[in-house]
Each structure stands twice: as C-alpha cells, then as structure tokens.
Design a protein around this ligand. Structure first.
Ligand code: CAA
Ligand code: NAD
Length: 284
C-alpha cells in the first residue's frame, strides 16, 4: 500500500483490534495503541484467533496470516505513532475524550497524516476542530466485527478535503470493504436508523410487551436479521448504544431518541453486554 505504509490504530477493544487486523492483512505495518495493557494482550489473542479462522477456511494463506500477525506492534506510547500515514481512532465514544486525543495526536504525527475516527455518532467537524488540520480529519466507521462486516461508512466533516476522502475510500476498498458516504449529522446513516430500532426493542421489553427471547426471535426470524435487536445491543455494547442514543437525542433534538430507562439502568448497573459477561442476557 503505497500511501499507507504505517497505520496507527488507537483503542484495542472490539473495534480497534479488528481494524488493526484488516490493516495488517492488507500489508501495512500497524501500531496498535491502548492505554490499558490488559486490552493489548486481549487484542493480540483476538487478532491471532481471527486470522487463524480465515487461514483454516482457506481464505488466507498460512504465510500471509503469519506475516499479518507479526506486523502488528502493540504499544501504550503515543510517540510510537509518529511515522503513521493514517491514524484510526477507536477509543471510548465520548466527544471530550476523543477531542483531547485528536489535539495530542495532531502535535505528534507528521503533517501529511490523516486522522480518522471510527466514532459511531459524534460530529467529525467538531473532532476536527480540536486539530490544526481539519481538512485531513475524516470519519471511517467500521461495523462490528470489522474483519467480517462488508461496510465502511465514510463521514466527511465540514472541512474534509476531497484528497482526504479519496485516500480514505481507497484504503477502505483495499481492506475489501464497500464504502457508503454520509454527511456529518448525528449517527450518520447506519446508527441513525439502527439505534432507534434497538431503543424500541428495549421499550418493548420495558413495557412488558414480550420476553427478551420473543422480541429477539420475532425480529430475527420475522425480519431475517442475523441477530435479534437485544442480542445485537449486547454484541455492540450497551454503553456504546446508550452513548449513541444520547448523541442522536442531543444532536437531532427529537424526543423519539430518548434512551429507554431500562437501557440506562443496565448501563448504570455495569451490565454492558457480551464484553462484560452480562447485558440483556447472561453470558457467564
Ligand atoms: N474473525 C473471523 N471470523 C469470524 C469473526 C471474527 N472476528 N466473527 C465471526 N467469524 C466467522 C465465523 O468463523 C463463522 O465462519 P463460518 O460461517 O465460515 O464458520 C462466521 O463468521 C459466522 O460466525 P459464528 O458462527 O460464530 O456466528 P454467527 O453465525 O452468529 O455470525 C456474526 C456472527 C457475523 C457476528 C453475525 O451474528 C452477524 O452478522 N451479526 C450482526 C452483526 C451486525 O449487525 N453488526 C453491525 C452492528 S452496528 C455497528 O457495528 C455500528 C456501530 O457503530 C454500533
Ligand atoms: P471497547 O470498549 O471495546 O474498546 C475501547 C478501547 O479504547 C478500550 O480498550 C480502552 O482501554 C481504550 N481507550 C479508551 N480511552 C483511551 C485513550 N484515551 N487512549 C487509548 N486507549 C483508550 O469499545 P469498542 O466497542 O471497540 O468501540 C470503540 C469505538 O468504536 C467507539 O467510538 C464506538 O462508538 C465505535 N464503534 C463501536 C462499534 C461496536 O459495535 N462496538 C461499532 C462501530 C464503531
């Protein structure tokens, strides 16, 4: 990949680890950063397991798989991202925390580097305002799990340049993804439509219309989705779903996005979904 020899990924959770894997399989040298050493260890195991699944199905050769795994370097030091041609951020879904990171990154990475965010809903224009390179800031929104899902939603901030958009689109295509492009409004395309459905599933449970199992089976079998909406919410992370709904509610100013009290209560109780072993369902 001529333009993107070194790719930085920040946040080694469910999304960042999958994005790092895609970048390594595409041939880049990857620097995967997390502030939490435990998260880096988990990411290392998950990248290795996921690559192995592709190798065992014959979708990747053993050599390409081994090379990709070896090309990911793990770090907690932002300075290690200095040589990156693009940095893709996948940390917590908080505007303040992301802005602080973008301001720091802007000072560290080379002038030509693109700063991309995997945010699910937050304004790219506002993230870009924390930097002195707003024309090189863009939304690159992968779907979970990144190694499997076919889509990348690209979000152009108010000042994103055509050059940044074209390079980012080419990179997503090199990852084997189909690109859709959204303007920079809360939730973009996918979560603008998906989160109200998930929220409504919580209200359906909260108001006692049906059991969680029947809500999920109804939607899975009745509308041909791979997972029911409550199971999908657990898979995404209930904290992430709540953060996205709050962004939709604040950004679009419509009460229809009010997060269901049951979703709020689960998050308050630390029931964050599959990643914590309990959410709507118990995974222990
Ligand atoms: N790496 C490699 N392979 C993987 C994998 C991973 N991380 N995860 C799943 N797979 C493979 C499995 O090996 C399996 O392969 P085979 O069929 O060849 O055996 C295949 O994918 C299916 O996996 P499973 O049998 O384990 O389970 P499944 O059939 O339920 O599929 C799933 C898992 C692909 C996640 C599927 O349930 C699904 O598509 N769910 C919906 C996911 C979705 O909607 N994601 C988008 C969420 S919204 C979002 O991401 C945006 C946001 O901002 C919140
Ligand atoms: P996660 O909780 O699994 O992982 C986040 C990681 O970021 C953690 O390992 C945490 O230690 C690390 N982190 C937090 N703050 C940091 C900082 N300041 N510096 C370095 N590391 C930091 O979360 P996730 O599900 O991978 O989501 C990450 C981002 O991707 C969010 O913006 C989310 O909205 C978006 N996203 C999530 C999904 C999904 O289905 N979960 C899908 C698409 C996009």
């Amino acid at each position: 990949m001529a333009e993107f020899k070194v790719i930085g990924v920040i946040g080694a959770g469910q999304m960042g680890s999958g994005i790092a894997q895609l970048a390594a399989v595409a041939g880049a040298d990857v620097r995967l950063l997390d502030k939490d050493a435990e998260a880096l260890l988990t990411a290392k195991r998950s990248i290795s397991d996921s690559v192995q699944r592709f190798v065992s199905k014959g979708q990747l050769s053993k050599e390409v798989g081994a090379d990709a795994v070896a090309r990911v370097k793990y770090t907690s030091n932002l300075e290690d991202l200095q040589s990156a041609d693009i940095v893709i951020e996948a940390i917590v879904e908080s505007e303040d925390v992301k802005k602080k990171l973008f301001a720091e990154l802007d000072k560290i990475v080379k002038g030509s580097a693109i700063l991309a965010s995997n945010t699910s809903s937050i304004s790219i224009t506002r993230l870009a305002s924390a930097t002195k390179r707003p024309h090189q800031v863009i939304g690159m929104h992968f779907m979970n799990p990144p190694p499997i899902m076919k889509l990348v939603e690209i979000i152009r901030g108010a000042q994103t340049s055509d050059e940044t958009y074209n390079k980012t689109k080419t990179l997503a295509e090199r990852f084997g993804k189909t690109v859709v492009c959204s303007k920079d409004y809360s939730g973009f395309i996918v979560n603008r439509i998906l989160m109200p459905m998930i929220n409504e599933a919580f209200y359906t449970l909260y108001t006692g219309v049906a059991t969680k199992e029947d809500i999920d089976a109804g939607m899975k079998l009745g509308t041909n989705q791979p997972m029911g909406p409550l199971q999908l919410a657990d898979f995404i992370g209930l904290d992430i779903c709540l953060s996205i709904l709050k962004v939709l509610h604040a950004g679009l100013g419509d009460t229809k996005y009010t997060p269901c009290p049951l979703l709020v209560q689960y998050v308050d109780a630390g029931r964050l979904g599959k990643k914590r072993g309990v959410g709507v369902y118990d995974y222990t």
